[in-house]
Design a protein around this ligand. Sequence first.
Ligand code: NAP
Length: 261
Amino acid sequence: MKRLLAAILMVGLMSAHAHAATVLVTGSNRGIGLEFARQYAAAGWTVIATTRNPAEAKDLNALAAKNKSVTVEKLDLLDLPGIKALAAKYKGKPIDLLINNAGLLGDAPGQTLGTFDRKSFDAVFGTNVFGTLSVTEAFKDNVVASQQKKIVSLTSIAGSVTVAGAAKNNPYWYRASKAAMHMGMRAVAADLKDKGVIVGIIGPGSVDTEMYAQYGTDYGYKDPGVMIPAQSVEKIIKIIETLDQTSNNKLINSDGKTYPF
Ligand SMILES: NC(=O)c1ccc[n+]([C@@H]2O[C@H](COP(=O)([O-])OP(=O)(O)OC[C@H]3O[C@@H](n4cnc5c(N)ncnc54)[C@H](OP(=O)(O)O)[C@@H]3O)[C@@H](O)[C@H]2O)c1
C-alpha cells in the first residue's frame, strides 16, 4: 500500500513539473499559420499565436476562445520595436519551436519584369528577409532555453536558385527574398549550432490560401496538386518532428523531398 501511494505521489509530482512544449507562430491569423496554431493546439502544445492585427483575427480569436493553451499576440514583421517588445514580454520563457510562417508575395505590378518598384521591393524583402531574421534574432534565447530548440522558416521552392527553371511572369522580389532568407537561416544555423539549435527551411508545397490565389491571378500560377492547409501542415509537422542538426543545411518540401538551394 505504501509503495502504491509513493508511486501515485511520484506520478503526481512528475506531471506537476511536466511542461507542454511551446510553439510561437508568426502570421497565424489565416492560411498555413492558422492551421499550425490549430494543429499544435490540438496536439496539446502551448501556442503563442501571433498576428499583426489581433482585433481582426476572427478565426484565431475563435480558436483561442475554445483553447486555453492558445495566446494571441500582436506581432508585425516590419515593426522592429514591436518585435523586441514582444520578446521582452517573453524573456526567459522557453520556446521549443519558432515557426517563421508569415510571408508576403506582393502584387504583380511592382515586381514583374518591366514594372520594378522600390516600395514593392521594400515590402517583400522587409517582410520575408528582415522580418523573418529579426523575429529569429529576438526569440533565439527562448529557443536555446527550450528542450527541442527548433527554428523553422517557411519557404518556397520558387526561392531555390538551382530549381529556378523556366517560370514565366516571375515575382522577382518574392523569389529573391526567399533565396536571401535561405542564406540568412543558414547563417543562423551556423551561429547557433554550438547551442544545439536546429534550423529547418521547409516549403509547404502549393496550398490553397490567399497567397496561392494571388499567385494564380497575378502571376498565372496553377498547380493541379494543390492541398488544403490541413494536409500540408500535417505533413510539415511530421517533418519538423524528424529534424535534427543534420537538417540545418537542407531545403525540405512538405512531400519529404530535399531540394538544392
Ligand atoms: N500557399 C502556398 O502555396 C505557399 C507556397 C510556398 C510557400 N508558402 C509560404 O508559406 C507561408 C504562409 O503562406 P500562406 O499561403 O499561408 O500565405 P497567406 O495566406 O498570404 O498568409 C500570410 C500570413 O503572413 C502574414 N503577414 C504578412 N505580412 C506580415 C507582416 N508584416 N507581419 C506579420 N504578419 C504578416 C499575413 O498577415 P495579414 O493577414 O495581416 O496580412 C498572414 O497571416 C509564407 O511564408 C509563404 O511564402 C506558401
